[in-house]
Design a protein around this ligand. Sequence first.
Ligand SMILES: NC(=O)c1ccc[n+]([C@@H]2O[C@H](COP(=O)([O-])OP(=O)(O)OC[C@H]3O[C@@H](n4cnc5c(N)ncnc54)[C@H](O)[C@@H]3O)[C@@H](O)[C@H]2O)c1
Length: 372
Amino acid sequence: MKIGCPKEIKPQEFRVGVTPNAANEAVMHGHAVLVETGAGVGSGFTDEDYIAAGATIAGSAAEVFAAADMIVKVKEPQAAERKMLREGQILFTYLHLAPDPEQTADLLASGATCIAYETVTDAAGGLPLLAPMSEVAGKLAPQVGAWTLQKANGGRGVLLGGVPGVGPAQVVVIGGGVVGTNAARVAAGMGAEVTVLDRSLPRMRYLDDVFGGQFRTRYASAANTADLVAQADMVIGAVLIPGAAAPKLVSRAQLSTMKPGAAIVDVAIDQGGCFETSKATTHEDPIYEVDGIMHYCVANMPGAVARTSTIALGNATMPFLLALADKGWRKACEDDPHLLEGLNVHAGKLTSYPVGKALGIDVLSPSLALKA
Ligand SMILES: NC(=O)c1ccc[n+]([C@@H]2O[C@H](COP(=O)([O-])OP(=O)(O)OC[C@H]3O[C@@H](n4cnc5c(N)ncnc54)[C@H](O)[C@@H]3O)[C@@H](O)[C@H]2O)c1
């Protein structure tokens, strides 16, 4: 199969869909890999790295789209890229179609077979191609929160780990899933006193078993949340209710109970955020203040560490990429029901029930699409 990897064109996107390592494995499986010149630069990979891995460099995205049987990207295809997709071509990338009728219409019109990273599942009920980005954002959260807490940035001027004779900062993490666990581990590692709030008892049991010595758990009742938020130097928002907007768990009125200059890092901002006062920000202008509380609400946190994020995403996508290339999409999806969950569009038909429901479009069942 000819695998094509264009350079990402969405503003502020520095990741790349195929790493040199993934290109190398694909070549070892007998496939050809065509990478647009400069595609890896934002993640620290040169054209020479790809050539050394056995890939070929193309001068333009148009060349990649024209030649490839399968396009592998990071972000959803932009309008100009969607025009270059064609019938029978495979597109493997993040799509997020439910809130995006224009993209959905273009993908349906293209006749391509589109597999979305974010809906591929695993045997444990997780989302294996989303988890690496949650791990990255979770580990970044205390790091950016520590920076936000610095006096010159408007923060309280508190060092997370304290020093001998001066106590550590209090960090509260709301939501103990992938983001929350990684955030709590890093904050505890930096020496902060950390409490994780969650509503899932099985999850808290797991956290307590595995990390009991490093941080505490508390049930996320409204009263516990209010108490802990009032004592915190940093609050990290990490809740998720799959398929729904994030619940607002801290109101504007509660900010007045917090310590002046405390930091809020709302990682759940990509689902609307779990603080009433959250609004999405960018890496260029990441923080703002409301009622004396500093807010960090960057919606694409992994972009700050594009190299780590690209490699983490590449590790997670590689087995699926190889299965699609080795077997073709039909056999790969037949053999792996978790990959089939990723099938969102095929030959002009929508094949994702949640997207169909969100956009009011008829859906062809993915298992029927396999036979179409
Ligand atoms: N900003 C970014 O760059 C970025 C990057 C990655 C992920 N995210 C977002 O971070 C959020 C968390 O993702 P995740 O992968 O950790 O999800 P997850 O499903 O692994 O974890 C969510 C946790 O929230 C808990 N929860 C749900 N409702 C709650 C409530 N009312 N109170 C307390 N806990 C509650 C769940 O029990 C679960 O443990 C998501 O919105 C995700 O989209 C943002």
